[in-house]
Design a protein. Sequence first.
Length: 457
Amino acid sequence: MKRFLLILSVCILTFGQVLAQSQTISGKVVSAADGEGIPGASISVLGTSRGTITDYDGKFSIEAAPGTTLVISFVGMRSVSLPAEDNMVVKLEEDTEVLDEVVVTALGISRSEKTLGYAAATMGAEEITKARTTNVATALAGKVAGVQVQSTSTDPGAASNIIIRGFSSINGSNQPLYVIDGVPLQTTTDYGTGSQNEKAASLGGISNVSGQDVEKMTILRGAAATALYGSRAANGVVIITTKQGAKGEKRNFNLEYSGGVAFNQIANLPIFQNQFGQGWNGCQTFIENGSWGPAFDGSEQVYGPVWNWQQMTHKYSAVPTNIQDFFDLGISHNHNISFSGASADNKMTYYASYSFSGDDGAMPGDKDKYQRHTLAFRASYEPIKWLKISSSVNLAKTKTDVVDTYQGTSVIDGLYEFPRDISLVDKQDLSIAFNTPEAWLTPYGITNPYWAIENNY
């Protein structure tokens, strides 16, 4: 009898454990950002092969004993492990490390980089901001394989050409198509209006976008990547995704400032000789600016033309840094202030910013200067999951001043043909006739670089 009771007790205990293990646990998986249900999330019992996925509303049910560990995961979200309990609500947060691997493709469609069947490279906001350039296109220099960034000149605001996988045309354009927030834009290049002065400056398109407003840049290469844009994308596509509104850590808005300053200096100049002074064929002459005269002897001599019965004097010796002393220290600076946020239910977002970029070159004064003021505003509203209304406005005002570099009475020509025995910084006072074309060192088309800057044409 005792043996029968013992066996009966063991059977009842085992049956109770089976009942406990087979209990149905129900719950819901939602997004921590907006509280909406997440369909397709994976739920599994740790240490077993049992699992399920959530339905369209994010709800699920699974056989598990209370207290056992459930593992909940979803693509783009951080996985969590929680003890099982009936009617549980699981909140998943976005995984930024996973989101960084998402690539924006044609028409703004986001896809995982691993699923793409063509070459695509992405550059994030941090790398773009580090470049501190006035033209966001130059931020790609040396960052993306197969992409060459060529500047038309060293002048402030000079146009930049992007070449993806080499040149494809001899006489046509090799520039890629720029797409900003899904809108294709055309970047044109202006070459000035003078017959002698042809300076290239970027107008419109990517040149009007502030680097601080860019979230990421994606380079699409090959026919498969660019087929959706047609023949315009024959040279590749540069897709720019701008920053959108987002909540702050402790409040529904963010107020940010970013800025930077860079200094530019002339790195290399032609090597000039410092043995012979003003003259020609080894002889001293007062109407030649060439440095082919007698060897330096350190004596006090007259030089230059005779004007109004007057002539200048100086010590006949080399001034090795007379060309280098002409240039100033160039300064580039950019500033950006932005205000962004989202509504409490995260259905409405907004982003507004003002950016200023300035670049003062190495020429004396403000004669080679670039300035750009940019206002940007973006907003979106998503009343229901399948409808999203968005707007984007970008206003830019640009001003560019450059210095002529053609042959003749230009600054550079006057510098490189300046005598080696004369101090150039002493020629800044243009009220003196000897520092103007009227009584300059030579009448043969070369003039004072300081005069050329002030009378730039």
